[in-house]
Design a protein around this ligand. Structure first.
Ligand code: ADP
Ligand code: MG
Length: 253
């Protein structure tokens, strides 16, 4: 299984947002982080992949043209988690996951729903109502819904933006474990460059609707690129445990 993105362009009215985004085939079992400054087009690209934006160009999943799948089939195979979650509704947490699974045609609804909550360490929320949760808790439940549906491609828009340190790592770990175990693919917009560096197999850097770099984190993360793309003076170093770290010293004028 692999996802091939070729020449994807999106415009809002007369304003071109994505200018022909092409990437090497993204292989199953990998976690791809989409990074770049505010307004670069990261969310737009994710929504285009999810079929929520009118686009030109082509998307192939396993050699199949994604734009020719029925809406239901596309949503089953590529699942999308938005940056802004809809406000909490008066539905129980477990209930909401069961509902997501029913749409996906899953058999063991309750068992799978509990497993999804346990996987993220939030089984204690099962009986709570969605509208009683904090933003971070709702983000975790939204991810549990998505993991429970077991799609081939997980499209996650800033899945850790509202999470504390523990759950940031837990979520990245759970996504990574899932793609490896099931041979699926995750494409995640990540704001935290260090989280991206430590968890992603590939980094795709977008700027003004164009891909400016793509590859393994240690290839992509260079001070010159960080200066050009983010306008910061930064060092890229290895920590005492050998992990790549971006240390930002100052904003460039
Ligand atoms: P990112 O997620 O990288 O911060 P977005 O993909 O959300 O960026 O936005 C890219 C550009 O498209 C921005 O300039 C934004 O203002 C514009 N944009 C996003 N959504 C819309 C919309 N619905 N209508 C018009 N312009 C939009
Ligand atoms: Mg965004």
């Amino acid at each position: 299984m692999s996802l091939l993105i070729e020449d994807v362009a999106v415009a809002y009215g007369a304003r071109q947002i994505l200018h022909g985004v092409s990437l090497p085939a993204l292989p199953a079992g990998s976690l791809v982080a989409l990074v770049g400054p505010n307004g670069a087009g990261k969310s737009t690209l994710l929504r285009a992949l999810a079929g929520l934006e009118r686009m030109t160009g082509s998307l192939h999943l396993d050699g199949q043209d994604v734009n020719r799948l029925s809406f239901a089939e596309r949503a089953r195979r590529l699942a999308y988690m938005p940056q802004q979650l809809p406000p909490g509704i008066a539905l129980g947490v477990l209930e909401s996951i069961v509902a997501a699974l029913r749409v996906a045609g899953e058999d063991d609804l309750l068992g799978s729903a509990y497993a999804a909550l346990r996987h993220l360490g939030i089984e204690a929320l099962a009986e709570r109502s969605l509208d009683s949760l904090s933003g971070g808790q709702r983000q975790l439940v939204a991810l549990a819904q998505l993991l429970a549906r077991n799609p081939q491609v997980l499209l996650l828009d800033e899945p850790t933006s509202a999470l504390d340190l523990h759950y940031q790592l837990r979520v990245m770990g759970a996504v990574r474990e899932r793609v490896v175990a099931h041979g699926s693919l995750a494409v995640a917009v990540l704001h935290d460059i260090n989280l991206a560096a430590s968890h992603a197999d590939w980094l795709v850097v977008l700027r003004q609707g164009r891909v400016v770099a793509c590859g393994a984190p240690q290839q992509v993360l260079q001070p010159a690129l960080l200066a050009e793309v983010y306008g910061v003076q930064a060092r890229v170093e290895r920590c005492s445990q050998g992990r790549l770290q971006v240390l930002v010293d100052r904003a460039l004028a």
